[in-house]
Design a protein around this ligand. Structure first.
Ligand SMILES: NC(=O)c1ccc[n+]([C@@H]2O[C@H](COP(=O)([O-])OP(=O)(O)OC[C@H]3O[C@@H](n4cnc5c(N)ncnc54)[C@H](OP(=O)(O)O)[C@@H]3O)[C@@H](O)[C@H]2O)c1
Length: 255
């Protein structure tokens, strides 16, 4: 299919950026979103320099009125929407549930669940116009491992999976599939610069040794990359994946 339009939320960096690059490489016009305009414009330039088409829209998903304005802008400026990748997500508060303020649960849910709920409500009619659509939500294996001290995140990803599977049943007849990808640990800049050093310090080992430990915990002895996630998004958004819907697909090197 030609001239397809794809939205990738949180594509200024990390997994979202890899998804944006891959979808653009495959001929889709990509709408890059995030809060950092400088980084967003860099992603757009990179795509255009390689002969692709992209546009940046600044939107803070923690502010639901901004999500609504973004959707209105899309409805006004584009006459089709083929792919919606709800990738942006935050880890939020780290700590035991017993001492987590309720406000922290709300802020994680606002970005990881409510903004996606709203985005789907507002943009599905545009997909419906074309009798075709692919919605891909980026979840996490946290929904099934439920690690301690990230309760708000774990809960938000479980809710996102429920949204995915319910929506799949409701809008399947419109020609729209809805799936979620649940990644394991992915070596993004954020994980490399923030998470690994923290884990290494806690375990009293070097960052390299920490990475080795995490690798040993996988079945493949390899950590998953942002490009692995982008490849699955490409497949799920293809015509060949038309009968795959309501699935939560783990991409975690066997973790
Ligand atoms: N990395 C992992 O190991 C891993 C594992 C499992 C699941 N995931 C999931 O994968 C997704 C992407 O994660 P990542 O590791 O690539 O994250 P990341 O490197 O921190 O990037 C997050 C992206 O989301 C955007 N974003 C964050 N808060 C936002 C907000 N309030 N409004 C609008 N955009 C916002 C950021 O853009 P700006 O900074 O420009 O706003 C950025 O583009 C998330 O849903 C995450 O839960 C990641």
């Amino acid at each position: 299919m030609n001239n397809r339009v794809a939205i990738v939320t949180g594509s200024t960096k990390g997994i979202g950026r890899a998804i944006a690059y891959k979808l653009a490489q495959n001929g889709n016009t990509v709408i890059v979103t995030g809060r950092d305009t400088l980084l967003g414009e860099e992603v757009v330039s990179e795509i255009r320099n390689k002969g692709g088409e992209a546009h940046f829209f600044r939107v803070d998903l923690s502010i639901l009125t901004e999500v609504e304005s973004f959707c209105h802008a899309i409805l006004n400026q584009f006459d089709r929407l083929d792919i919606l990748v709800n990738n942006a997500g935050i880890s939020g508060h780290m700590g035991p549930i017993i001492s987590t303020p309720l406000s922290q649960l709300s802020s994680v849910f606002r970005v990881n669940v409510e903004s996606i709920f709203l985005m789907c409500q507002k943009l599905i009619p545009l997909m419906e116009k074309g009798n075709h659509g692919r919605i891909i939500n980026i979840s996490s294996i946290a929904y099934r491992l439920n690690p301690a001290n990230s309760g708000t995140y774990n809960m938000s990803k479980a809710a996102l999976n429920a949204l995915t599977q319910t929506l799949a049943k409701e809008i399947g007849p419109l020609g729209i599939t809805v799936n979620a990808i649940a990644p394991g640990l992915i070596l993004t800049e954020r994980i490399q610069n923030e998470r690994l050093p923290g884990l290494a310090q806690k375990a009293g080992i070097s960052i390299q040794d920490m990475q080795l430990e995490l690798t040993k915990g996988t079945s493949t002895r390899q950590l998953t990359t942002p490009e692995d996630i982008a490849s699955m998004v490409t497949f799920l958004s293809s015509l060949e994946a038309g009968s795959i819907t309501g699935e939560i697909i783990n991409i975690s090197a066997g973790v």
